[in-house]
Design a protein around this ligand. Sequence first.
Ligand code: UDP
Length: 253
Amino acid sequence: MQQQDPTKISILGVPIHHVSMGDTLQLISRWMREPRTDAPLRQICTANPEFVMKAQQDQLFLDVLGRADLCLADGIGLVYASRWQGSAVPERVPGSELVYHLAKLCAENGWRLFLLGAAEGVAAEAAEKLQNLYPGLQISGTWSGSPALEENESIVSKIEAGNTDVLYVAFGAPNQDKWIDRNKGSLTSVGLALGIGGSLDFITGRSTRAPEWVQSLGLEWLHRLWKEPWRWRRMLVLPKFLYLALLQAVKQR
Ligand code: UDP
């Protein structure tokens, strides 16, 4: 069992923790068992180079990432950047895989899971898929909404009414991470919340992940660009990320 909080490095000001998928699950199990009298929920961010570049222009997002209990190296670019700094993270920890492992843990431990976000109907369909995969999984609710402030109160009430233990938020970054941070204080039943990007779309089969050999070559991002070409504009920041991360590593050596 992961007893200590994991160490982290800073990649252009964004903390990235030294954890594997196994460590992450152990840490979550520990957190969920800890008594939480007035402590707010634990927050996990599934970071990638796009997060880091967004955070360079968005102080609130940078602060949210800094306050999160765990920032995972979801993007391969962060794994490379950690190696360049001489302090490599053990592996890439994709949020799109964590959502399955954690749903299994929820089923095994009786933790109630709420799915928030994605397009109309996606969260409910993803809930059904996860329940088929992990019999006994309790879904405390689903909501295909938006991060708009007008919806905030009703979403929080629904999550609380369901006595939710674990919350997946699929609004895309930075909205999902800011949403969790903003509502931490009101989500009193929730022990853990994580931003999961497009993972509900993967669970329902609306998006497909790259074949394993493509993932093992560190090219999942390229597969995503091929499948969802509208992403090209967002991905334009990647060469700049690599340059800045390399520069940071050279300066630190
Ligand atoms: N989304 C949403 N409400 C919004 C904007 C986005 O529910 O106002 C959802 C969108 O449907 C998708 C997810 O947020 O399921 C984010 O997906 P994206 O592919 O942008 O995230 P990534 O995986 O790249 O972090």
